[in-house]
Design a protein around this ligand. Structure first.
Ligand code: PGA
Length: 235
């Protein structure tokens, strides 16, 4: 079973979401799909399609204008949330420690956090890729996490939305670092997703790589014609 997560970013509406869920249901896929959508579209999912948010607050309540708590997201029926997405790390200035607090709130509220880690182009250029990925995992996984309560997504930040993908060797290398780090931390049952410029042209091959348990798809998750073939490509 593979996990195919879609990150709709600030796109879509409830009608488009309902239509997408119906199309996915018709596939009768054995894979798990998670659609991470804007807060106004959050709802309960079904046995195949889980609905998730794109971020949650590190606080429970209080004077945090514009934020949403894990409990509020859970109250909609949604079951998951992204945390530490590169766009949030950039716009909100999140460090790994902030991401860990968000992930902690997700777990406290029975939401499945998809914890995103990955290096920038500048970090890769000066040879920091291994360190950034390893530290990203060590420092962004919260203390209340146990096996099976979270997902890691490797997102090379230089490839997101850029239409470029790393080589398969680079993906394998990054996922191996993540797998070994997780094992060293005592986690054996954590899915690792690859995310950045995934399309139906490369999804099948990427999902067949060692230590790749699924994909996190941005742009190509918005339209059925693009997303359904990606789900179908999961073996
Ligand atoms: P992309 O985005 O697939 O459009 O590169 C990936 C993501 O931001 O999760």
């Amino acid at each position: 079973m593979k996990i195919i997560a879609g990150n709709w970013k600030m796109n879509g509406n409830s009608e488009i979401l309902d239509d997408m869920i119906s199309a996915i249901d018709e596939l009768h896929t054995e894979n798990r799909v998670i659609l991470c959508v804007s807060y106004t579209m959050l709802q309960g999912g079904n046995a195949t399609v889980m609905i998730g948010a794109q971020n949650i607050s590190k606080y429970d309540s209080g004077a945090h204008t514009g934020e949403i708590s894990g409990a509020m997201v859970a109250a909609t029926g949604a079951n998951a949330t992204l945390v530490g997405h590169s766009e949030c790390r950039e716009s909100l200035g999140d460090k790994n420690s902030d991401v860990a607090l968000r992930a902690q709130k997700a777990i406290e509220n029975d939401l499945l956090p998809i914890i995103c880690v990955g290096e920038t182009a500048a970090e890769r250029d000066i040879g920091l890729t291994h360190k950034i990925i390893e530290n990203g995992v060590r420092e962004s996984v919260p203390e209340n996490a146990s096996d099976g309560t979270f997902i890691i997504a490797y997102e090379p930040r230089w490839a997101i939305g850029a239409g470029i993908t790393p080589t398969y060797e680079q993906i394998k290398e990054a996922h191996k670092i993540i797998r070994e780090t997780l094992q060293d931390m005592g986690f054996d049952e954590i899915p690792i997703l690859y995310g950045a410029s995934v399309t139906s042209d490369n999804s099948g091959e990427i999902m067949s790589l060692e230590n790749v348990d699924g994909v996190l798809v941005g742009g190509a998750s918005l339209k059925k014609d693009d997303f359904i073939p990606i789900i179908k490509s999961a073996k």
